[in-house]
Design a protein around this ligand. Structure first.
Ligand SMILES: Cc1cc2nc3c(=O)[nH]c(=O)nc-3n(C[C@H](O)[C@H](O)[C@H](O)COP(=O)(O)OP(=O)(O)OC[C@H]3O[C@@H](n4cnc5c(N)ncnc54)[C@H](O)[C@@H]3O)c2cc1C
Length: 472
């Protein structure tokens, strides 16, 4: 029976650990933090549970994108709560008003056509293209989609003629970094489509996903260890022969799979001729997506009715396809499912932020950013500021310190449709028993990381076996 060491207990590491343990490999997952989960970690403030990264998923109903994967990972029976089907996401643009995103492609078209009656046909084409990409998501188990080498921005401009409608259709996209010059159509279409299929929050937070995967790995005989930071991977005889942990412990296995950011992974392999400088430089010079500022807000009792939708608020002048993370032009307001009653007890406001070091004015910058976020959110949710009991904050530097992702990038390596071969990364490395997984390789987010965990595991088990198990 082969053995495998997985570096990192983020979603990617835990899913690979689950797949391989289920296939009888001896799995040890090593997580540097005290808590497993990476971007699925949760924390408590004033008795409320907050998420760090993940906030909602799409496509959980039968026949939709995430369903077969979460069925395979045994995650469908967690307390998923469906967002308002008539308006799961609301896009609010200062000066233009509020626009609903409804679940289901037909309803999506109908609801937006009420606001843009002259664009009904274009909306139909837009939604039907997205649906087509989503319906073929599992084709990528065999070969990458050609939509990786097409421009998302050109598709949008070529399909939708009204500039305001284009802005609205781009308005829920804080879940990816929109970039007019680089974003591949595949990422835009696949992610937007999965949320239009159906949208869900998880009552209790992302730690439930991590805990379920870890307990299943253990039930298959594997181990998930925390406070186990990998410091070096030692190559000998053309393979990773030893994994050295902080504190001096050394482990070895037939396979090593890393869920850390690819540049971090290569940094762990110290002295080897197998990783040429050109390969290291290519990986370490890849651009990362923006980092995220989060204001975690505890609300006064019974002061704000529960919002069973996400609200994306943008200034009138925000150029969504050239986001400026040094300004607060866009925010996402996410309300947590209340344990009881019909009022929100706490919510998050997220906004892209650029910050690269803890300078003297770090605390002041965090406070200023939180004020800007609240004041922008207030435009769509009047009375929000009065409902605030207490505000806690985190910046991209917080993410960097607990996931190790360079710059605290929210979604890892940015992809470029003009250079798909250079920005979509293979799970394989030049060292045959060292594999990679996680959000930086292919598609990010819960859906993307789950797909990638299958690509990575297939390098050991073969794709045919996995396809037969996972696909309906
Ligand atoms: C603010 C924010 C909001 C988001 N919202 C959503 C959302 O609503 N929906 C959605 O689908 N996605 C969302 N995402 C994206 C999603 O959360 C991520 O794509 C996904 O969780 C990443 O998982 P991962 O396993 O690739 O990486 P990570 O979660 O970063 O896991 C990597 C793990 O490796 C560990 N590690 C690193 N180096 C070492 C080492 N040397 N030794 C041991 N362990 C190590 C880290 O500690 C970490 O636990 C969001 C992300 C952010 C940041």
């Amino acid at each position: 029976m082969d053995s495998v060491i997985v570096i990192g207990a983020g979603l990617g590491g835990l899913e690979v650990g689950y797949i391989l343990a289920r296939h009888g490999l001896r799995v040890t997952v090593l997580e540097q933090e005290r808590q497993i989960g990476g971007c699925l970690q949760t924390f408590r403030r004033l008795g409320r549970t907050f998420d760090t990264g993940f906030h909602y998923v799409g496509g959980l109903d039968e026949g939709q994108s995430l369903h077969p994967l979460f069925k395979y990972f045994n995650l469908l029976d967690l307390p998923w709560r469906r967002l308002d089907e008539d308006c799961f996401d609301e896009v609010f643009i200062e000066g233009a008003g509020a626009f609903p995103f409804a679940s289901g492609h037909e309803r999506f078209v109908e609801r937006l056509s009420e606001k843009f009656p002259g664009s009904r046909e274009e909306l139909r084409k837009y939604a039907s293209f997205l649906k087509g990409v989503g319906d073929h998501i599992f084709d990528s188990f065999d070969s990458p989609s050609e939509n990786f080498s097409k421009s998302a921005y050109e598709f949008l401009c070529g399909t939708v003629s009204d500039p305001l409608l284009r802005k609205v259709l781009s308005g829920t996209s804080l879940k990816m970094e929109l970039n007019a010059d680089t974003l591949p159509l595949y990422i835009f279409a696949q992610i937007n489509n999965s949320f239009i299929q159906s949208a869900w929050r998880l009552e209790g937070g992302g730690e439930l996903i991590a805990a379920r995967l870890a307990s299943q790995i253990e039930s298959f005989g594997g181990q998930v260890r925390t406070r186990a930071r990998v410091e070096h991977l030692v190559e000998e005889g053309g393979r990773i022969a030893r994994v050295e942990l902080e504190g001096g412990e050394t482990l070895s296995a037939d396979w090593v799979v890393s869920d850390a950011h690819p540049a971090v992974t290569l940094g762990l392999v110290s002295d080897t001729k197998m990783l040429r400088r050109i390969y290291r430089n290519r990986i370490s010079s890849l651009k990362n997506t923006f980092g995220m500022f989060t204001a975690n807000i505890c609300l006064k009792k019974d002061s704000l009715p529960y919002l069973n939708r996400n609200v994306f608020v943008h200034t009138a002048g925000a150029d969504l396809w050239r986001p400026d993370a040094s300004r607060t032009e866009s925010v996402l307001v996410h309300s947590y499912v209340p344990e009881e009653g019909s009022y929100s007890t706490h919510l998050d406001i997220l906004s892209p932020m650029s910050i690269d070091s803890r300078t003297e004015d770090y605390e002041a910058r965090k406070e200023a950013k939180a004020r800007e976020c609240l004041s922008l959110a207030e435009k769509a949710i009047p009375g929000l500021s009065d409902a605030v009991e207490r505000v806690f904050t985190s910046t991209p530097l917080t993410y960097e310190s607990y996931t190790g992702t360079p710059g605290g990038s929210a979604y890892g390596v940015a992809k470029d449709w003009m250079n798909p071969m250079g920005t979509i990364l293979s799970p394989r490395t030049p060292i045959p028993n060292l594999l990679m997984t996680g959000q930086s390789l292919n598609l990010h987010g819960i859906l993307g990381v789950s797909m990638t965990s299958v690509f990575t595991s297939a390098c050991i088990l073969g794709m045919d076996a996995l396809k037969a198990e996972i696909l309906p």
